[in-house]
Design a protein around this ligand. Structure first.
Ligand SMILES: NC(=O)c1ccc[n+]([C@@H]2O[C@H](COP(=O)([O-])OP(=O)(O)OC[C@H]3O[C@@H](n4cnc5c(N)ncnc54)[C@H](OP(=O)(O)O)[C@@H]3O)[C@@H](O)[C@H]2O)c1
Length: 346
């Protein structure tokens, strides 16, 4: 059977995952903005990865549209827009999807699946993409880190499992995805730090003071989660509570003990860095903002995550600076000095 798949949000994740499904035999429609659709229409899609994989899908191997008309006949809809666009995307789907359509939110953050579920009659499952994708232009999308797809298990997903398996993206099904979502959020607290650093992920994570920034944000988030009774899943070789002690060790030691953390494509950046570079609103409210809101609810202060939000907000509003590691660390720890300003190209 050929599955019809609509990918709502043809960007880094949407084109990578949808492209893999098309290569595995699905009939894929990408819903996106003309700039991306024109690009993949002209060049087709090329999908590479850090393990040497290199796959091409000719433009005749998928469809493109700017409105999700294909959702009316889709077996599966993947929502791959940024969190700020989830409500609008769900509204577009609401009068199109059928009750027997399965929708998977493949987005970072905690509440996107609930926003979609509230708007649709369909089965909606939460999902998480555990790898990073870099959009390199001319239809080329590159998976820059390890990782797969995690989803909240639902019997309706079972029939799609072979398709994802053939696509090389097996579904890692969890009875409850919340612990995975919270654990991924802890990792994604690096997104604002990476964006503020103006550096590729590998270079940023190889720098002790940036890792100290991340450790501070994660330690604070863990304190909030503990108070709220949330136990994040273990997604990395070391559990989250150990990670906050591992991150601040000297660079040479970190390089030896955390090899896979630094096994990142040398050019990969966080998607928040891409958003700032493109002048788009970021997902900061769905990352640090989620910690701030939970902290407020359970009575735990969250100054580090609050300051990260402030700095990203300033960057969204055009503040052009590339934060050196020691000055960012000082700022997150409460120092008020603005430090030297440098152009970033954001
Ligand atoms: N990129 C990564 O490496 C990565 C890794 C793991 C998880 N994630 C998560 O995956 C999700 C998607 O991220 P991404 O980086 O793939 O985002 P992205 O590259 O910005 O792709 C989303 C695309 O969808 C478009 N779009 C938004 N609303 C639309 C609508 N209603 N109709 C048609 N097109 C629409 C956006 O256009 P506009 O820009 O004009 O809005 C954008 O081109 C996010 O939650 C992100 O945190 C990303």
């Amino acid at each position: 059977m050929t599955f019809r798949v609509t990918v709502l949000g043809a960007g880094s994740i949407g084109v990578f995952v949808g492209g893999k499904l098309a290569a595995a035999g699905a009939e894929v429609s990408f819903v996106g903005r003309p700039r991306v659709l024109d690009e993949i229409g002209a060049h087709g899609v090329r999908l590479t990865d850090l393990d040497g994989g290199d796959e091409r899908i000719a433009a005749s191997g998928f469809r493109t549209e700017t409105e999700p008309g294909s959702a009316a006949t889709a077996d599966l809809v993947l929502v791959t827009v940024k969190s700020a666009q989830t409500a609008a995307a769900a509204a577009q789907l609401s009068d199109r999807v059928r009750p027997d359509t399965v929708v998977i939110s493949l987005q970072n953050g905690i509440g996107n699946d609930a926003v979609i579920r509230a708007a649709l009659p369909a089965t909606v499952s939460a999902g998480m993409v555990m790898f990073n994708v870099v959009h390199r232009g001319d239809g080329h999308f590159h998976r820059g880190t390890d990782g797969g797809l995690a989803v909240a298990d639902d019997p309706a997903l079972a029939r799609f499992a072979p398709l994802f398996g053939r696509a090389g993206l097996p579904l890692d099904r969890h009875p409850d995805l919340r612990p995975v979502q919270w654990a991924k959020l802890l990792l994604n607290l690096n997104n604002p730090i990476n964006a503020l650093s103006g550096r590729p992920l590998r270079e940023e994570l190889a720098t002790r003071d940036y890792r100290r920034c991340l450790a501070s944000a994660q330690a604070e988030a863990l304190a909030v989660m503990r108070r709220a009774g949330i136990r994040p899943a273990r997604l990395t070789a070391v559990p989250p509570r150990v990670m906050v002690h591992l991150l601040p060790v000297p660079d040479a030691v970190f390089g030896r003990v955390a090899g896979r953390v630094l096994a990142v494509d040398p050019m990969a950046r966080s998607s928040m860095a891409d958003d700032l570079a493109a002048g788009r609103t970021t997902e900061i409210d769905w990352l640090c903002g989620e910690i701030t809101a939970l902290g407020r609810a359970v009575g735990v202060p969250t100054p580090v995550n609050d300051r990260l939000t402030e700095l990203i907000r300033a960057a969204e509003n055009g503040a052009e600076r590339r934060w050196q590691a020691p000055e960012l660390l000082a700022r997150l720890r409460g120092a008020s000095s603005p430090g030297p300003v440098r152009a970033t190209g954001h």
